[in-house]
Design a protein. Structure first.
Length: 390
């Protein structure tokens, strides 16, 4: 393979990896903010809107930068700094997110302004630099004006395919397997590796001067292992799933399940207690909303949408005996936490991992009581509020 073809292929590879990292960062950003602001629609609006703004700025800046310094070495250094900034995100974000969340919760503006301010502060530099890559690659590949359209189309097409791959890998592999912190690290190191190899081809001695970047990111990643994502007094367990940041806290002999920003308690487990002293207790009187006379033996089954840690099925088993209970929970990691920390081991409980509305669409079973507890603060799944659902 001649050197010019190798040069071009490596530029295309840089655009591909840059596209993958940019979308990976956007999706991982939602998980970075979730423990502090949740993952409601306003959070996604802030993330998507500002990421698009920074990418736009990067396109303009990258095009002008490439015209002033049309050298591959400059491109790879831009990629290195952008990738390095991505790798720093999970480590510098905690104090910024804590301060932003605490300040804006007091003003009751957190639903919109909190995520907006956090993304504004954290993602401006790395995403803008990532946005510089595609126009830079186009400029370097532009050997003849009559090929301009084809080159631009190829670069943006390859970058978009990279974005697709970055989306799938981040959502289905990296975050569930490694967590948010290491997802950023992997994305950072992937782009740094490509940029270092490319820079080594152009300026070997300068490439050696940048080796401290991946080493520092690795040191931070190793040093951060075992540290909680969101420290809280009494926390005994935390994990990240494809859907939620999950935390179990023990206080006063009871265990509490928190998700994401933790504005609401999702489940309570107090060993030996028949009642837990919260809204879950009200579900136990639901059968008596039927016209009298209505007796306890008439409660023969329960369907529970939003099973979480199994608080309500546990109450029903205590009050009405081992009646058949179908519990529907979207997040399998929450089910695992319920079994390990909330005593969710009743033999009469059948757990279905999936969406509540989809479950009822497929099922033809009849239940004495249908309980829906999927409405976690500060937002609710809209498809469980429609007339068609009820």
């Amino acid at each position: 393979m001649d050197s010019s073809r190798s040069y071009a292929l490596f530029l295309y590879l840089t655009a591909f990896i840059g596209g993958a990292v940019s979308l990976g960062v956007e999706l991982a950003a939602s998980r970075l903010l979730a423990p502090f602001f949740g993952d409601a629609l306003p959070v996604w609006a802030a993330i998507i809107g500002l990421i698009l703004l920074y990418l736009t700025a990067g396109y303009f800046l990258g095009g002008r930068w490439a015209d002033r310094s049309p050298r591959a070495a400059t491109l790879y250094q831009v990629a290195l700094w952008g990738a390095f900034a991505v790798g720093l995100l999970p480590f510098v974000s905690r104090p910024i997110l804590w301060l932003t969340a605490r300040g804006l919760f007091r003003l009751q503006l957190s639903a919109v302004l909190g995520p907006f301010a956090a993304v504004l502060l954290l993602f401006a530099l790395p995403v803008t630099l990532l946005g510089c890559l595609s126009p830079f690659v186009i400029r370097l590949l532009m050997a003849r004006v009559e090929r301009a359209g084809a080159v631009a189309g190829q670069v943006y097409g390859i970058s978009t395919v990279g974005s697709l791959l970055g989306t799938l890998i981040t959502v289905f592999v990296l975050v569930p397997a490694l967590g948010t912190r290491l997802t950023f690290v992997v994305l950072s190191l992937a782009l740094q590796a490509i940029a270092l190899v490319g820079l080594e081809k152009e300026q070997p001695r300068r490439a050696a001067l940048y080796l401290w970047m991946p080493l520092l990111v690795l040191v931070l990643a190793l040093g951060g292992r075992g540290r909680p994502v969101k420290p809280q007094e009494g926390a005994i367990y935390e994990t990240e799933s494809a859907y939620n940041y999950i935390q179990v806290v023990e206080r006063g002999g009871c265990r509490y399940l928190f998700l994401n920003e933790g504005m609401g308690i999702q489940s309570v487990y107090c060993p030996g207690a028949r009642r837990v002293g919260g809204t879950w207790d009200f579900f136990a009187i639901a059968p008596f909303f039927n016209p009298p006379p209505f007796l306890l033996p008439e409660v023969r089954s329960l369907a529970m949408v939003g099973l979480a840690g199994g608080t309500i099925p546990k109450l029903y088993t205590s009050f009405f005996g081992p009646i058949p209970i179908d519990g529907v929970e979207l997040d399998p990691e929450i089910v695992a936490a319920g079994r390990e920390f909330f005593g969710m081991t009743e033999p009469n409980l059948r757990v279905i991992v999936g969406d509540g509305r989809a479950f009822f669409a497929r099922s033809d079973r009849q239940y004495t009581v249908v309980a829906v507890d999927a409405y976690r603060l500060p937002y609710i799944p809209w498809h469980l509020t429609t007339v068609e659902f009820f």
